[in-house]
Design a protein. Structure first.
Length: 174
């Protein structure tokens, strides 16, 4: 068990940088010798800089996404199945005590889209063990999850070049 670990972080809001902040925490933890597991909901592909860098320093990143946006009005069965697999994988990591820090990237969106149940996320929070730092990212964080958190950061979008039509840039947005 990592000394002093065991807090819950929620990183939410409409602004850019939620995943980046979580990966920064992962790098900090690994730098001090802690074991980090990252489970990404709604994402796939090995082309993002943060995934490439994390894997280079030994951080496990598992992705559970289709590679396309989820229709909020009509999530597909595949979206639901992958979210369920992500939750099962995360629970397994906790059961095996495989990490000191568990990052559930975009889990707030998965909950917001109805791909997982609030009770499932609350179960992860309860079963994580006293020494596991838990980081939950994504827009639209549920109020009940925010209430359970020790740290809550809301990232606001004040101005972004994408709003003016600039395409996402390698090394910056991905």
């Amino acid at each position: 068990m990592a000394a002093g670990f065991g807090k819950i972080h929620v990183i939410t809001g409409a602004g850019k940088g939620k995943t980046t902040a979580a990966f920064g925490m992962a790098l900090r933890a690994v730098g001090h010798g802690y074991r980090v597991c990252i489970v990404q909901f709604l994402k796939t592909g090995d082309t993002t800089g943060e995934v490439l860098a994390a894997r280079r320093v030994g951080i496990e990143v598992r992705q559970f996404g289709t590679g396309r946006f989820v229709d909020p009005a009509h999530p597909s069965e595949e979206d639901r199945r992958l979210a369920a697999e992500a939750m099962s994988y995360a629970r397994g990591q906790l059961d095996r005590r495989a990490c000191d820090m568990l990052i559930l990237d975009e889990v707030n969106m998965a909950l917001s889209l109805g791909l997982i149940e609030r009770s499932q996320l609350e179960d992860i929070i309860r079963c994580r063990g006293s020494g596991v730092e838990l980081v939950l990212t994504g827009r639209n964080a549920d109020r009940s999850i925010i209430d359970l958190a020790d740290y809550v950061s809301v990232i606001e979008n004040v101005k972004h070049p994408l709003d003016g039509g600039l395409a996402a840039r390698k090394g910056i947005e991905w």
